[in-house]
Write a protein that binds this ligand. Structure first.
Ligand code: SAH
Length: 354
């Protein structure tokens, strides 16, 4: 058996090729995990010069409204000590904006970032110096309510794909060598993992499942039940009513082939909010949403915030109007992106979901 490729360095294409040569085809989920670990360890992907732009990088309004939502909920839940936790904080921009808004509302939480990339940890340190970087969810504080935020985090977790063949459902595997990779169905029958109502779908049909995301929401949900708090999940995705292949690769703001040059592009899949909601409810927590990002930001007052920013900086009015549109308009991020809250059962309902 070959050792697993180093997440941070070496020729990942050659390493995956030799893994396949020794072990046979590897699950697509494993390929995605290896590719993304390399991707985030090796580069800062955000912004115009990078591969993609996320909501907090578009405008400070996004992080501020997330912060205000958390501060409002914390106040209505009775206040007291608490911890701000972010999953995959990227450059730390969302956290910096949210913490500034929270501070104005009288909230000064401890700060914990879950981040695997050493490069992005450094960016986060530059923006939010007093943060802690626990090694895992397990080492998050257990004695205070947790205010947890995950923006474009769940879409980067590895998905398992199952494909219908004439001989039943099989897991999608990656095969090939250093000259190129391709997908091939595994030999083992996986019908037991497929929802009943799609068992006899046409050959070629694909379903995606995200066991890591489900396990994580269950784990965090149990924490919220025992300590109080909330988890805000903001991501692009659907409510479980759709199925199909949503795996995509993005490089320099354009789509790329997910199987070519692993580690050089960002691999993501749409988040299935319905299964995450089931995991949260199964843990004893309450779930709200998903609602569309545009609707959520509007309910939290983004129009007033945009107007006030433009009044203070009239020379930036066009830029602010453009950012407002990108975050809220259905043709931009407004509809595709959704917001779901997982809440401790005795906590009040967070703003924006009514
Ligand atoms: N939330 C940020 C960044 C989104 S990109 C923003 O909105 O701009 C995804 C982030 O998740 C990156 O910071 C990446 O390094 C991190 N990440 C990806 N997989 C992870 C994992 N398994 N554990 C912890 N962090 C991870």
């Amino acid at each position: 058996m070959t050792a697993s490729p180093d997440p941070a360095s070496g020729d990942l294409t050659a390493d995956i090729a030799s893994l396949i040569a020794t072990e046979g085809p590897i699950p697509l989920a494993r390929f995605m995990a290896l590719a993304n670990a390399r991707y985030y360890a090796a580069k800062d992907p955000f912004g115009v010069q990078g591969d993609f732009i996320t909501a907090p990088e578009i405008s400070q309004m996004f992080g501020e409204l997330v912060g205000l939502c958390l501060a409002d909920l914390w106040q209505r839940a009775g206040g007291g000590q608490t911890a701000y936790v972010e999953l995959g904080p990227g450059r730390g921009t969302l956290a910096a904006d949210a913490l500034r808004a929270m501070e104005k509302a009288g909230l000064d939480p401890a700060i914990h970032f879950l981040e695997t990339s050493p490069l992005l940890r450094q960016h986060q340190k530059d923006r939010v110096g007093k943060a802690h970087w626990p090694d895992s969810i397990e080492t998050l504080p257990r004695d205070v309510p947790l205010l947890i935020v995950a923006n474009e985090f769940f879409d980067a977790l590895p998905v398992r794909q199952l494909i219908a063949t004439v001989a039943g459902w099989r897991e999608q595997m990656v095969t090939g060598d250093a000259t190129g990779f391709s997908l091939t169905p595994n030999t083992r029958l996986m019908d037991s993992l497929v929802p009943r109502h799609i068992l006899d779908a046409d050959p070629g049909s694909v379903v995606e499942q995200n066991p890591d995301a489900i396990a994580l929401v269950g784990q965090l949900g149990r924490r919220l039940v025992s300590q109080g708090g909330v988890l805000l999940i903001i991501d692009y995705g659907h409510d479980g009513s759709r199925h199909g292949d949503t795996l995509q690769a993005v490089h320099s703001h354009a789509y790329a082939d997910p199987l070519v040059a692993p580690g050089s592009s960002d691999l993501t899949a749409h988040v299935d909010f319905l299964t995450l909601e089931a995991a949260a409810v199964g843990a004893g927590a309450r779930a709200y949403g998903p609602v569309e990002q545009g609707q959520w930001l509007t309910a939290l007052g983004i129009s007033d915030r945009a107007a006030s920013l433009a009044r203070h900086s009239p020379d930036r009015a066009d830029e602010i109007a453009e950012a407002y549109r990108r975050l809220t308009h259905p043709d931009e991020m407004g509809s595709l992106f959704k917001v779901m809250a997982v809440c401790a059962p005795e906590w009040p309902e967070p703003a924006g979901f009514a």
